[in-house]
Design a protein around this ligand. Structure first.
Ligand code: GDP
Length: 429
């Protein structure tokens, strides 16, 4: 059975925690898109970890963790991340890397940085991890697949060709030092020795695993609203964040993805630029930011303070729909226990009209939030394990969100730890 765990919002919904938790009953966990540009925070028996490239199943001895072909593979980063887990006492995880994954090159990071500098105030707020230049090259067909590392003659010829065009840009657009093809080639050979122990024909491996009835998790990075097609383009990421892309980025049939567990955060947070209708500011925002997540709302990769706001039902309903959510998991609900009243954004006012459907980006920029206020529960709900034991106001908040989403909320997360979860099962509609 294949299950996808994906985000309904702008990322940082707590997918890492949910994946780490569900990995206990899984055999295989797969990253299928993105790179090391965003992080998952996981708190378990080994400590607190910020994973960027590795799947969140790496903490269990029984799991196989896969970097799928859809990922932007930064090889030295992968090795560093594995080493850092081991140095913190985690047993060396079983990792496989797709022979069709493409390699994030050092020059992708340079190009990302140079382009952000060139754009100045009009930049996309990139994390400068090289992700946009990486995916541009992949689709321009000048990227390097892991498999190509094993064809030295072909590799040498391609490096020469790619450096030629890169050097024109470096010299004339960015006025920076040019690439030396011999150095790039030698670096790729070093990458080969680093990645060789993990390389595998992943789609064949998964074909057999599915036939054997293995439990497989697809782990998404970021969320629906950062998807290049369905998100807030152009303030999006460069690979699809949707469960559907799991089929492509892992190499499995789309119909095998039976469950789409969509993680929805009990309030909103976002990093980087882009329209954010229910954003709040000032003292109110500082307080939520300080109390948010497990250590305040600061990016797991960049440390940047996250923008915060109230729960946005318009964006989250759309986020669930575009993922094809079969169930929703509501996370970080415990954080809201300090509020007397909790606003939920239930509509967007655009040019005097109330919209319930998430609009295209230019309309989104004009949208003003329409709020409905829910009573707060004014207590700490951490430690509660049964749904019925939650305060009535808290259940009313969850059920209001469930009604707005139109998707059953089957789990409620009330703390960052692996076991801080309330299982609700599917509710009758
Ligand atoms: P991801 O990328 O979706 O995995 O999300 P991140 O790890 O970037 O951000 C989620 C943050 O919320 C992390 O700091 C988690 O430890 C934390 N977190 C996850 N679930 C809960 C929860 O239910 N309650 C609290 N307080 N924190 C949570």
């Amino acid at each position: 059975m294949v299950r996808a765990i994906v985000g309904a919002n702008w990322g940082d919904e707590g997918k890492g925690k949910i994946t780490d938790m569900l990995a206990r009953e899984s055999d295989i966990i797969i990253r299928f898109q993105g790179g090391s540009n965003a992080g998952h925070t996981i708190i378990n028996d080994y400590g607190r970890f910020a994973l960027h490239l590795l799947p969140s199943g790496v903490f269990y001895g029984h799991t196989t963790n896969i970097i799928g072909n859809g990922v932007a593979l930064n090889i030295p980063y992968l090795v560093k991340e594995i080493d850092s887990l081991v140095s913190q006492g985690v047993p060396k995880p079983r990792i496989l890397v797709s022979d069709r994954a493409q390699i994030l090159m050092p020059y992708h990071i340079q190009f990302d940085t140079y382009e952000e500098e060139r754009l100045g105030g009009k930049s996309f707020g990139s994390t400068k991890s090289g992700i946009a230049p990486f995916y541009s090259d992949k689709y321009a067909k000048i990227g390097f697949q892991v498999s190509e590392l094993f064809d030295e003659a072909g590799l040498r010829e391609k490096v020469e060709r790619v450096c030629e065009t890169k050097n024109i840009l470096l010299k004339h657009l960015y006025h920076r030092p040019v690439l030396n093809p011999q150095e790039v080639f030698e670096e790729l050979l070093e990458y080969r020795s680093m990645v060789e122990p993990y390389v595998c024909d992943i789609s064949a491996y998964l074909y057999n695993a599915i036939r054997e009835g293995k439990n497989i998790l697809l782990e998404g990075q970021l969320g629906s609203l950062k998807d290049p097609d369905h998100g807030i383009y152009p303030m999006v990421t460069s690979s699809s964040t949707l469960a559907a892309y799991g089929a492509i980025g892992a190499g499995i049939p789309p119909y095998e993805i039976r469950q789409i567990t969509t993680v929805v955060k009990a309030y909103s947070s976002a990093v980087g630029a882009g329209a954010f209708v229910s954003e709040i500011f000032g003292e109110e925002a500082d307080e939520l930011r300080r109390r948010g997540g497990d250590k305040g709302e600061f990016g797991a990769t960049t440390g940047r303070p996250r923008r915060v706001g109230w729960f946005d039902a318009v964006a989250s309903r759309y986020g669930c729909r575009i993922q094809g959510a079969t169930e929703a998991v509501l996370t970080v609900l415990d954080v809201l226990g300090y509020l007397d009243e909790i606003p939920i954004c239930v509509g967007y006012e655009i040019d005097g009209k109330i919209e319930k459907d998430f609009p295209v980006t230019w309309k989104l920029e004009k949208a003003k939030p329409v709020y409905k206020k829910m009573p707060g529960w004014k207590c700490d709900i951490r430690g509660i394990r049964e749904y019925e034991k939650l305060p009535a106001e808290c259940r009313a908040y969850i059920e209001e969100i469930e009604r707005e989403l139109g998707v059953p909320v089957t789990m409620v997360s009330n703390g960052p730890g692996r076991d801080e979860i309330i299982m609700r099962g599917k509710q009758e509609k």
